[in-house]
Design a protein around this ligand. Structure first.
Ligand code: UDP
Length: 355
């Protein structure tokens, strides 16, 4: 496959690029490098620095590189920033996204996998969350992801686009080459490890939730498992009919010529999560086991907008994509993140491609 990966210099994108290159695919990365890092792009991939909203650039790349399918990871992804500046989120996540779709149609590219998020569900009233749960985001970040999923569905019906939205739960861990480096960092595991290194204090946001230890429960998924899911979803967008006996067991609901196997229409959404959850305190304890010492932390008030429990149902990903999380323990996720931090004490700063 010849794949364009937007946002391929970011955390999730870069690990997916590694996976695609390793599987022998031709990979072109388009990234503005506003939040991504050039050094994160695997050597086997071509890196083009530019904006998704540069229509001549995007359409030219799709044509010149004879792209078969797009993995669309480029997006703004900070919840707090999205509340403060929704215009940025609509411009980049929605307008940028539909511009990409229009360029794809003009260039005759009709396969796409989209980095979506569990934030499209908002604060669901039942867990594990199935894909047909109501989509009710509680912040502009989740809303813009939902809006783009809607575009994918309707572009599928009208223009024959075949697409899969992957709704990520809490992505964690690192490959040997690439890890998580956000500025500012808001996520639990990087903050816990930074506290272990004495780089910052750690606050547990709320211990009065209706959970066994009073802290929030999340479904953590290893970034390399996520990368496997992306590859499987890209393959699904190119498949006309169930190819193996196993896949034939998937209910044959397809009716139209561009329908995805096992889906209704050219669009489907799949959760990518482990199907089980860990509390904030369990994460801290697992990190203490990894680093071999106590990690100081204090307790603060709840963070606004945090639902008590978010856990995925991952049955559809198992059925449709043949995907299963293979690195599901906190020890594997936190251990890989810790090893990456040890190997890259300054993050990507000062690193160049090939370094
Ligand atoms: N959290 C915390 N301290 C931190 C960062 C996160 O207690 O410094 C909690 C947060 O309130 C949530 C969980 O850890 O309950 C996971 O948060 P994260 O931001 O990693 O992911 P989210 O689930 O919000 O996408």
């Amino acid at each position: 496959m010849r794949v364009l990966v937007t946002g391929g210099a970011g955390y999730v994108g870069s690990v997916s690029v590694e996976r695609l290159v390793q599987a022998g695919h031709h990979v072109v990365v388009l990234d503005s490098l506003v939040t991504g890092h050039a050094a994160a792009v695997a050597d086997g991939a071509r890196l083009v620095r530019g904006s998704l909203r540069d229509r001549p650039l995007v359409e030219g790349l799709l044509r010149d590189e004879r792209i078969d399918a797009v993995l669309h990871c480029a997006a703004r992804s900070l919840v707090g920033q999205s509340v403060a500046d929704p215009a940025l989120y609509y411009a980049e996540n929605v307008v940028g996204g539909t511009g990409l779709l229009d360029a794809m149609l003009a260039a005759g590219v009709r396969r796409l996998v989209f980095s979506s998020t569990a934030a499209v569900y908002g604060a669901p009233d039942r867990v594990p969350i199935p894909e047909d749960a109501p989509l009710d985001p509680i912040n502009p970040y989740g809303e813009t992801k939902r809006a783009f999923e809607g575009a994918l569905r309707w572009y599928g019906a009208a223009y024959g686009l075949r697409s899969v939205a992957l709704r990520y739960f809490n992505v964690a861990g690192a490959s040997v080459r690439n890890g998580e480096q956000h500025e500012p960092e808001t996520h639990l595991i990087p903050n816990v490890l930074a506290a272990a290194l004495g780089r910052r204090g750690l606050t547990v946001f709320g211990t009065d939730y209706p959970t066994p230890d009073g802290t929030c429960i999340r479904d953590y998924i290893h970034v390399e498992d996520l990368a496997d899911g992306h590859l499987a979803a890209l393959e699904l967008t190119g498949r006309a009919e169930p190819a193996t006996a196993d896949e034939a067991a998937v209910p044959a609901r397809s009716t139209g010529p561009n329908d995805l196997p096992g889906a209704e229409g050219g669009f489907t959404a799949c959760n990518l999560g482990s199907g089980s959850g860990f509390s904030v305190l369990e994460v801290i304890r697992a990190a203490e086991a990894v680093v071999g010492r106590a990690i100081p932390h204090d307790v603060g008030p709840r963070r606004p907008g945090d639902p008590p429990v978010l856990v995925a149902s991952n049955e559809r990903a198992r059925e449709l994509l043949g995907w299963t999380p293979r690195r599901g323990t906190l020890g594997e996720m936190i251990g890989s993140a810790w090893r990456w931090l040890q190997a890259h004490p300054g993050g990507y700063a000062g690193e160049t491609r090939g370094g």
